[in-house]
Design a protein around this ligand. Structure first.
Ligand code: ACM
Length: 261
């Protein structure tokens, strides 16, 4: 299958401009799975719930859902995107999975970062895994990476691929992602935004460094700080065996009875 990761700088609060940019950066791309960054259509820094309320949407049902379904049809595969989700007056920093027929699933960021805690609620849907036919896909969002339980839970639930929409500001994740891929024998699609955002006294610079990583932690494709689409061929079957020597299996050798979790 062909996996794609888009790295770009969303314009804060201007969905139309972001839809156009995503569409243009993905023009003519044919992908089985495309991953977009965290909060990819709205921008990242929200100063209050009131402000967030006019940008967040229900999934499915809003203009972002229509856009993502269209994008899935145009690219010929599935799309994972970071979005601002509103559900019964509560806001979640979510990742959604869309296919040509529409919404297939939602993951709500479990580990909120810094000032996100003021406007979003922590996720309450666990770490679900979705079958897209050619592979099983699990999602996590940005800061989830520093809790290895997130990737492990996805892998133990059968994910062949971890799709990771991000707005990274600290430099550690891209290398750690190789470790998450290796220790779980999964593919890892890290889609990070680039550029910066200033909102009143808040100022963040995002690190870029998006990557497509193989099951042994090898970097198959990577970006620096530029806006671009990464893509490469991967074989999800490689994630299906957890055997690493004739005597060792990453999952059945686990000693849950000895761990304190
Ligand atoms: C982050 O979780 N956006 C750093």
């Amino acid at each position: 299958m062909i996996a794609g990761v888009l790295q770009f700088e969303p314009a804060w609060g201007v969905k139309d401009a972001n839809f156009k940019k995503i569409e243009s950066l993905c023009r003519n791309a044919k992908l089985d799975l495309l991953v977009l960054p965290e909060l990819s259509t709205t921008g990242y820094l929200f100063l209050s719930k009131k402000e967030l309320s006019s940008h967040a949407e229900e999934f499915p049902g809003g203009e972002t859902s229509s856009f993502l379904q269209e994008l899935s049809i145009k690219t010929g595969g599935f799309v994972v995107a970071g979005v601002a989700e509103k559900d019964e007056g509560i806001f979640y920093n979510s990742a959604v999975l869309f296919g040509r027929k529409g919404h297939m699933g939602t993951y709500r960021k479990v580990h909120l970062f810094s000032t996100e805690k003021k406007v979003f609620e922590p996720g309450n849907l666990g770490f679900p895994v979705f079958d897209i036919g050619v592979a099983k896909v699990g999602m996590m969002v940005c800061f989830d990476w520093i809790f290895p339980e997130a990737a492990r839970t996805l892998a133990l639930s059968g994910a062949d691929i971890i799709a990771h929409p991000s707005n990274l500001v600290m430099p550690y994740c891209p290398d750690a992602a190789s470790t998450r891929a290796l220790e779980n024998n999964v593919f890892y699609l890290l889609s990070n935004r680039t550029g910066e955002e200033r909102r009143k006294t808040l100022h963040l610079k995002f690190i870029g460094s998006s990557r497509i990583i193989g099951t042994k932690g090898e970097v198959l494709s990577s970006a620096d700080k530029e806006e671009r689409l990464l893509s490469c061929k991967i074989d999800p079957q490689k994630a299906r065996t957890k055997r690493i020597t004739p005597q060792n299996d990453l999952f059945s050798d686990r000693r849950s009875d000895q761990y304190k979790l």
